[in-house]
Design a protein around this ligand. Structure first.
Ligand SMILES: CC(=O)N[C@@H](CCC[C@H](N)C(=O)O)C(=O)O
Length: 374
């Protein structure tokens, strides 16, 4: 396992944005080149990688997907192996997910099972979304799995615990970008300008009313503005401002409703502040919907195997473009306990590396068992 910890630490140092995972891809290809070539077939798709581990008597292809990209966060962990890419960090555990993928892949090169295994190292999960175009690619269609699995680290659960549920696990998502254009001017003459910092502040506050006042309290939605940019210096009235955020909903109906309320509020800001506004919804992900039958069967298997503690968890408002794989291929995603005091997307997150071994052993046993089932 120390080999896998070394791999995770090496990956941790090279976080890259979506579709720019060049060093990550090269690193993974180098690791793959050290494995016995006779059992492997390797293809690349953009910055992603597809690996077939050939089974002894394949009747099916079983897929395992790991995401590859990092986030634009300046790392603040205590690690001696911190990110070497200024302003970027693996703060969502994708370094751990890729390492588990490599660990599993290595296991099955040595312990051959009947079915073919397809390991999918997928770029751009954080955005703009690699799953949908990768799934549609010729490379993936030629090896399209019959079943597919993935995991995501969970800071809040102890190591040795996994959590999932049949049905919806993660929300529908839509990015949200709003550009405001008013009239700049001198700070001392506000009556001659239309200040977009003030407009952005009003809009940000008004957006909070969408979930509070327009979504059924028994339904769930999130509107988060994660970034506001505007202006150039302290004594110049800002001509433009930009809000960047994300919308999360449990249903597509609510997504439509939230979007139409946002559009109405933005129109109000245009009228009230005599400015122009442009809304761009960026990339949208469908919900992560775990196949009911496979998930229930897996949960039963986990309880009987008794290797990890199993929690049937509620859905979360996280997004994951793995949902696109699950729209076409039966499978599931589960939370892997990685016990750390800081949450996902935090500059100080330090997921426990012992979770790697737990996941590799669990999934190696499960996939071996699953391969023997009809
Ligand atoms: C697991 C996780 O944290 N996923 C991201 C996916 C982001 C999708 C997109 N960029 C958006 O913000 O809508 C998440 O933030 O949940």
């Amino acid at each position: 396992m120390s080999r896998l910890v070394d791999i995770r630490r090496a990956l941790h140092q090279i976080p890259e944005p979506g579709f720019h995972e060049f060093k990550t891809q090269a690193f993974l290809l180098d690791q793959l080149s050290k494995l016995p070539a006779d059992r492997l077939e390797i293809r690349t798709w953009r910055t992603g990688i597809l690996v077939k581990v050939k089974g002894s008597n394949p009747k099916r292809r079983i897929g395992y997907r790991a995401d590859m990209d990092g986030l634009p966060i300046e790392e603040e962990t205590s690690y001696p192996f911190r990110s070497q890419h200024e302003g970027y960090m693996h703060a969502c555990g994708h370094d751990v997910h890729m390492t588990i993928g490599l660990g599993l892949l290595t296991h099955f090169v040595e312990q051959v099972i009947e079915d073919d295994l397809i390991f999918i190292f997928q770029p751009a999960e954080e955005g703009p979304g690699g799953a949908e175009p990768m799934l549609a690619s010729e490379e993936l269609q030629a090896w399209k799995p019959d079943l597919i699995f993935a995991l995501h680290i969970a800071p809040e659960y102890p190591v040795g615990t996994i959590a999932l549920r049949p049905g919806i696990l993660f929300a529908n998502t839509s990015e949200l970008f709003i550009d405001l254009k008013g009239k700049g001017g001198h700070a001392a003459f506000p009556h001659t300008a239309n200040d977009m910092v003030v407009a952005a502040a009003h809009l940000t506050t008004q957006l909070q009313s969408v979930v509070a006042r327009n979504v059924d309290p028994l339904d769930s939605a999130v509107v988060t503005i994660g970034c506001i940019a505007g202006g150039t210096r302290q004594n110049i009235i800002a001509e433009t401002a930009r809000l960047e955020g994300t919308i999360r909903t449990m249903s597509l109906d609510s997504m439509q409703k939230v979007k139409s309320r946002i559009e109405a509020l933005v129109k109000g800001i245009e009228a009230g502040f005599e400015c122009q506004a442009k809304i761009d919804y960026g990339s949208n992900y469908c919900q992560v919907f775990n196949d009911e039958q496979l998930t229930v069967e897996f949960m039963r298997w986990v309880r009987e195997a008794g290797k990890v503690e199993l929690i049937e968890c509620p859905p979360a408002m996280t997004g994951e473009d793995f949902g696109y794989f699950l729209e076409e291929i039966p499978g599931f995603l589960f939370w892997l306990g990685a016990e750390t005091s800081y949450g996902l997307h935090h500059a100080k997150i330090e997921p426990s590396e012992t979770a790697i071994e737990v996941a590799v052993e669990l999934m190696a046993d499960y996939l071996t068992w699953k391969s023997k089932q009809a």
